[in-house]
Design a protein around this ligand. Structure first.
Ligand SMILES: Nc1ncnc2c1ncn2[C@@H]1O[C@H](COP(=O)(O)OP(=O)(O)OP(=O)(O)O)[C@@H](O)[C@H]1O
Ligand SMILES: [Mg+2]
Length: 223
C-alpha cells in the first residue's frame, strides 16, 4: 500500500484574475521506503506540492492520504501530533526558531513526546547534531550561524525523531557541494536502513542520483 497518495490534487492561490494554479490535478503514489526526487523550474509548484503532502497546506481540491489517512479530514487540533509522529520536514527557508540555540531547535521536536526521558532526548539530539557536524556550534543562535550551518541544523531537526517520511525542500541549496552531497548520502543511507520514505525537491540534477524515481514538474503538473 502506498504511504503517500494524492488523488486529483489541485491548489490555487489568490482570487479572480490573480489566481495562480500552483498544482493542477496531481495524481501520485509513493511507496514506503521509496526515495523520490522532484525537479522542475522555479515557480512550477515543487514547494507547494511538498507542503500539501505534509498537511502543512490544505489542497483546494482532491485528496491527500498519508498511511491511508486523509490529511484533509484530520482536525486542526490533531494535525501537529500526526505530523510529529510521521513527518520530518526540511524547509527551503530553514525556519529555525530565532531565540532557541541550535541544540534547542533540534531538541524542541522531541519535547511533546512524554515517553522520552530528558536523557534520551539529549542523547538523540547530540547524535543528529554530530551527524551534521554541528556539535561544536550547538549553543549558537540562528543569527550567529552561516546559511549552511542553519541548514545543517534544520536537517538535524527534521531527522531527530526518526520520522517514517522525510520531506526535503532544497535541503542542500546553501551548502557547498561536498557537504551537500555527504549529507544527502547520509540521508540516503539512513533511509535504506530505516525503510524511510524520502521526497526530495532539488535544483541539483546531481542529487537525483540518490532517488529511485525522478518526477519532473512543470506549470503545476507532473509530466
Ligand atoms: N502563498 C502564496 N500565495 C500566492 N501565490 C503563491 C503562494 N505560494 C506559492 N505561490 C505561487 O505558486 C506557484 C508555485 O510556487 P512554489 O513555491 O510551489 O514553487 P517552487 O517550484 O517551489 O519554486 P522555487 O524553485 O523557486 O522554490 C508560484 O507561481 C508562486 O508564485
Ligand atoms: Mg520552492
Amino acid at each position: 500500500m502506498a504511504i503517500i497518495q494524492l488523488e486529483d490534487v489541485n491548489k490555487e492561490f489568490g482570487k479572480g484574475k490573480n489566481t495562480v494554479a500552483a498544482l493542477k490535478s496531481i495524481d501520485l503514489e509513493i511507496q514506503q521506503g521509496e526515495f523520490v526526487a522532484v525537479v522542475g523550474p522555479s515557480g512550477c509548484g515543487k514547494s507547494t506540492l511538498l507542503h500539501v503532502m505534509a498537511g502543512l497546506e490544505q489542497p483546494s481540491g482532491g485528496r491527500v492520504l498519508l498511511d491511508a489517512v486523509d490529511v484533509t479530514l484530520i482536525s486542526e487540533r490533531d494535525l501537529p501530533k500526526v505530523r510529529a509522529q510521521k513527518i520530518g520536514f526540511v524547509f527551503q527557508a530553514f525556519l529555525l526558531i530565532e531565540d532557541l540555540t541550535a541544540y534547542e531547535n533540534v531538541e524542541s521536536v522531541l519535547w511533546p513526546n512524554e515517553e522520552l526521558t530528558k536523557e534520551t532526548q539529549e542523547k538523540m539530539t547530540l547524535e543528529v547534531l554530530r551527524d551534521v557536524d554541528m556539535l561544536e556550534r550547538r549553543d549558537h543562535f540562528p543569527r550567529q550561524m552561516s546559511g549552511g550551518e542553519q541548514q545543517r541544523v534544520a536537517i538535524a531537526r527534521a531527522l531527530v525523531n526518526k520520522p517514517p517520511i522525510l520531506f526535503c525542500d532544497e535541503p542542500t541549496g546553501n551548502l557547498d557541494s561536498k557537504i551537500g552531497d555527504s549529507i544527502m548520502k547520509d540521508i540516503s543511507t539512513l533511509a535504506k536502513e530505516k525503510n524511510m520514505t524520502v521526497v526530495l525537491v532539488t535544483h541539483n540534477e546531481d542529487l537525483t542520483k540518490y532517488a529511485k524515481r525522478v518526477l519532473h514538474m512543470k506549470d503545476g503538473a507532473i509530466r
